[in-house]
Ligand binder design. Structure first.
Ligand SMILES: C[S@@+](CC[C@H](N)C(=O)[O-])C[C@H]1O[C@@H](n2cnc3c(N)ncnc32)[C@H](O)[C@@H]1O
Length: 280
């Protein structure tokens, strides 16, 4: 693991986890230095109009991962500040990919105060080429007022010369992959989803600037490609490092896995059946 200091490309970056602030680290990457970015930023989930995640103690939310959030980040910015931050991140990502590079940017749409947050405020003016719906399988949701939320949105933001690998276009634009629910990280990607993305391209160096438990790194290893991983949490960087050596090291111990709901991650909304969401 490389601590943040003056970093030199490629040695300090390629196949390294860099523990530091996403913008500070990306600013040290030269133009055209990565072929592809695959990432899922924090969704600002604790900045929310109508649920118990807001107070950070959990409120109505039953799950430990939800209550605790990320180890070194609160995920609770004023919305406008969050949008500015994410746009700055996207600008850096766009700067460091070449003319045939692309960014797969995973996010979640949600309704806040009766209005759809479709993340257009984040991605407008970037070269969004296509939207892929990631349909998660199964899941649970006890809230009788809502259908089970089970999709996320992957923005393919591409420079003009970006092309998919041969035959990858046959996958279509709705992808079904089960949720990763054994990982100790509170909001991990499923490995097979990331392998689908990476193998759909010919990229050799893939950056995940919000690397978390290192799913993107493991996918590059499995596919014979190279990664650059950034995360602010030393805990997650360590987790990712260990995972590359031993993919099973990130699995939650059985006791925890058993007592938690199936979709025990920050991506989901869990509501205890005996709590009334309408009582304030
Ligand atoms: C949605 S998670 C990514 C999970 C990852 N895709 C995986 O499979 O494990 C977002 C990550 O962003 C990290 N993060 C939050 N703020 C950050 C910042 N300013 N700089 C770098 N990483 C940050 C969090 O620690 C968290 O691990």
């Amino acid at each position: 693991m490389t601590k943040i200091k003056k970093l030199h490309y490629p040695d300090d970056f390629v196949n390294q986890f860099i523990c530091g602030n996403v913008i500070d680290v990306m600013k040290q990457l030269p133009d055209d230095s990565v072929d592809l970015v695959v990432t899922s930023p924090p969704y600002n989930l604790k900045n929310s109009t109508g649920n118990g995640m807001k107070n950070g103690r959990g409120g109505k939310w039953s799950n430990a991962a939800l209550i605790n959030g990320y180890s070194h980040y609160s995920d609770n910015m004023p919305h406008e500040e969050y949008v500015v931050w994410q746009r700055e991140c996207l600008s850096e990502m766009l700067r460091i990919i070449p003319d045939d590079g692309a960014i797969f940017y995973n996010h979640k749409w949600r309704v806040q105060a009766g209005l759809l947050q479709d993340r257009n405020d984040i991605v407008y003016s970037f070269p969004v080429r296509q939207i892929i719906i990631w349909k998660r399988k199964g899941g649970i949701n006890f809230n009788p007022g809502y259908f089970l939320p089970n999709y996320e949105v992957i923005y393919l933001i591409a420079k003009p010369k970006f092309k998919l690998a041969k035959k990858a276009n046959a996958y279509g634009d709705v992808w079904e992959f089960g949720q990763e629910n054994k990982n100790k990280h509170p909001a991990p990607f499923p490995l097979d989803l990331i392998e689908r993305i990476i193998s759909s391209t010919t990229a050799k160096i893939i950056l995940d600037p919000f690397m978390g438990s290192g799913t993107t790194a493991l996918a590059t290893k499995n596919l014979g490609r190279n990664f650059i991983g950034i995360d602010i949490s030393p805990e997650y960087c360590e987790m990712a490092l260990q995972r590359l050596e031993n993919p099973r090291s990130i699995i939650r111990d059985k006791k925890t896995t058993k007592s938690e709901p199936k979709q025990a991650t920050l991506f989901d909304v869990h509501w205890r059946p005996n709590e009334n969401i309408y009582k304030r």
